[in-house]
Design a protein around this ligand. Structure first.
Ligand SMILES: Nc1nc2c(ncn2[C@@H]2O[C@H](COP(=O)(O)OP(=O)(O)O)[C@@H](O)[C@H]2O)c(=O)[nH]1
Ligand SMILES: [Mg+2]
Ligand SMILES: [Zn+2]
Length: 286
């Protein structure tokens, strides 16, 4: 299902988009139908279709409310606003905690020298993330971004002003999302809430037209789980002396040893420790 509006739904069916209403029974049973849901259809007899059931969801986001999202495209700009790796890592962690794959998109490459961007690209590629460098303004890297989406459903994430809407406009021909200079946005200080819709990206599945990815906060993650969302820790954690090692003050910690030997990126480890303190300061998640 790709769009909900006043009790009706648009559903993609064999490359077509058909208009559907839910069976009354579904509502009585409290079944919610989310954008992204795979639904069962039966012909209503008048050319429209009836949704008779909803398949189990693989993932579910709350903001934007989309089911079965496969990946988050974490967008950061290299300048204006400046690259914020803490925010990048935070979003990579949140994406992983929501069960999504992540792609890192470094946008506004026209505003920085290639040699300033390259170390960041290398760091994150080494961790296993697909990284694409784009200039939405110049149209550079858009085909790399398209290729990195693959199929399925993608959502864009990233702070205001990094170029998410501009990138979406470049990916989806004929689609015009509002874009605004950072200063205008700050002046307005508001954003309109509207229903999310999934748009077909030619050659790359579907993308949510509402950027944003705020349904989980770091505080919803348990301290002992945080390390699972740092992929470079995964092969090391079993070698720590203690099961449930937080990789902070524990003796014989394989993660700390690897950072000390320069085998793990020290900046990433630093941000891990910051997130850990933040989670602990927020108190237990449940
Ligand atoms: N120099 C430069 N500016 C860009 C680029 N992409 C977007 N912008 C500008 O950055 C501002 C914010 O873009 P927008 O797409 O609205 O960002 P969003 O808030 O993430 O959706 C706009 O003025 C865009 O024209 C880029 O690749 N290079
Ligand atoms: Mg935008
Ligand atoms: Zn450890």
């Amino acid at each position: 299902m790709i769009k909900a509006f006043s009790g009706a739904f648009r559903v993609r069916l064999d490359g077509d988009v058909v208009l559907c209403r839910p069976r009354g029974r579904l509502k009585k049973e409290g079944v919610r139908i989310l954008v992204g849901d795979r639904v069962r259809l039966e012909p209503a007899g008048d050319g429209t279709w009836v949704i008779s059931g909803v398949e189990p969801r693989r993932t579910e986001l709350f903001r934007p409310p989309v089911a079965n999202v496969d990946r988050a495209v974490v967008v950061a700009s290299v300048r204006q606003p400046d690259l914020d790796l803490r925010l990048v890592d935070r979003q990579l962690v949140l994406a992983a905690a929501a069960g999504l794959d992540a792609v890192l998109c470094l946008n506004k490459a026209d505003l920085a020298a290639g040699e300033d961007i390259r170390p960041v690209v290398e760091t994150y590629r080494k961790l296993g993330y697909p990284v694409v460098v784009t200039s939405a303004r110049r149209g550079d890297g858009i085909e790399d971004l398209r290729a990195s989406l693959g199929g399925g459903i993608s959502v864009f994430a990233g702070p205001s002003g990094v170029g998410k809407s501009t990138l979406l406009n470049a990916l989806v021909p004929g689609f015009r999302l509002h874009t605004a200079p950072v200063s205008d946005r700050l002046r307005r200080g508001t954003h309109t809430t509207r229903h999310v819709e999934l748009l077909p990206v030619p050659g790359a599945g579907l993308v949510a037209d509402t950027p944003g990815f705020t349904q989980v906060e770091l505080r919803d993650i348990a301290a002992g789980e945080l390390g699972r969302y740092f992929p470079e820790f995964l092969p090391l954690a079993p070698e720590c002396r203690f099961r449930g090692c937080l990789h902070r003050h524990e003796p014989d910690c394989a993660v700390k040893a690897a950072v000390k030997q320069g085998r793990l990126d020290a900046g990433r480890y630093e941000r891990y420790l910051q997130f850990l303190s933040e989670i602990e300061a927020a108190g237990p998640a449940y």
